[in-house]
Design a protein around this ligand. Sequence first.
Ligand SMILES: NC(=O)c1ccc[n+]([C@@H]2O[C@H](COP(=O)([O-])OP(=O)(O)OC[C@H]3O[C@@H](n4cnc5c(N)ncnc54)[C@H](O)[C@@H]3O)[C@@H](O)[C@H]2O)c1
Ligand SMILES: O=C(O)CC[C@@H](O)C(=O)O
Length: 387
Amino acid sequence: MRTIKIIDDIVKDGLSTIAEGYEIVPDAEGADAILMRSTDIHGMEVPDSVRCIARAGAGVNNIPHERLAEQGVVVFNTPGANSNAVKELVVGLLLMGSRDVLGGMRWCREHEDDPDAYAEAEASKKAFVGREVADRRIGVVGLGAVGSKVANACVDLGMEVCGYDPYLSVDHAWQLSRDVTPVEDLDELCRGCDYLTVHVPRKEDTVGMIGAAQLSLLNPGAVVLNYAREDVVDEDAMEAALASGQVQRFFTDFATPRSLHMPHTYVTPHTGAGTVEAEASCARMAVDELVDYLDNGNITNSVNYPTCHMGVCRGASRVACLHANVPNMIGQITAVLADASANVQRMTNENAGRAAYTMFDTDEHLEPAIIERLSSIPNMWRVRVIK
Ligand SMILES: NC(=O)c1ccc[n+]([C@@H]2O[C@H](COP(=O)([O-])OP(=O)(O)OC[C@H]3O[C@@H](n4cnc5c(N)ncnc54)[C@H](O)[C@@H]3O)[C@@H](O)[C@H]2O)c1
Ligand SMILES: O=C(O)CC[C@@H](O)C(=O)O
């Protein structure tokens, strides 16, 4: 029986692909895998029993994945699985940010007992006049799963859309409307924008990337949306820009102590991906990744190990070696197998960044002493006997 510890709220519907032979357990200690969402586990000691962690979502800044790679723990995420949900909310807020929808609704609610409200509304409505988004310029920072969808939707709304993404993948480039203008410099992107929306992961080069300089380049009265991570937009700079009117409205998905008190700021409680569809598709993708890794050693959508697929093992045994991406690891692994006269049926080696993954099927079962020898190769982080 394989075991999964679930951290966070994972919709039941999303767990439907958990195969027979799996059990959800209450503790991480002793579990084979962890399935989780946004809880920050930087301070958690991940037990040695845990071989993989799947984050049902896109952002993995809450998981120490580089450290976990050296512990031989494969970390997965679910690229794109919630991107439509975020796109829909961002587009909705973009429109709300252009018309004072919330102000108008508040006015109506405040007049709920006023018998003359209907007539007074006609006189009061000029306070809520907004602007149309068509022909306005929007800058989209990050053109991945979410950003590319937002950019395309803005094209459909008739906006002038510019995008900035120095690491744009070929897949996402294919998905992007040809009416999105690529801009190579962040400041150039911001210059003259009426709207700015941010869809980058939280990492060293994105923390604070939207600061005073970028906000000052927007058109006065711009609307800014942050549905990426809280500190991608510098809060000091944003508060000053809101106070001066340089930014008219700020929509953010992050209820930080600061954002909750900022003027003209509309905060949602990290619900960008909060739809039944997105939650289920993230959970299902995460479960599929965990199960294929635990059962077959295959790796799909890992953020700290390379992709590797060898299907289902047809040999007597399958072993996976998780190790540093340094020279002569394959040489040392095959030397151990040659010493043991093991006949390798299939073998794959892949690497990504500092980590590498070597998986092989053999015609015979490998004795524990051989596994021991493989494990003691320097820079070997974990050896898994899958079959
Ligand atoms: N609010 C939510 O509920 C919610 C939901 C999904 C994603 N997110 C956040 O949004 C981020 C993006 O999600 P996604 O699914 O589009 O991820 P993604 O990986 O598909 O796209 C991220 C894009 O950002 C680009 N990028 C990276 N560094 C950059 C930089 N310095 N400047 C410009 N572009 C850069 C990448 O090249 C990539 O194209 C996630 O990492 C997560 O933090 C939030
Ligand atoms: O799990 C969530 O609720 C939010 C997920 C979102 O922030 C993501 O990065 O995909």
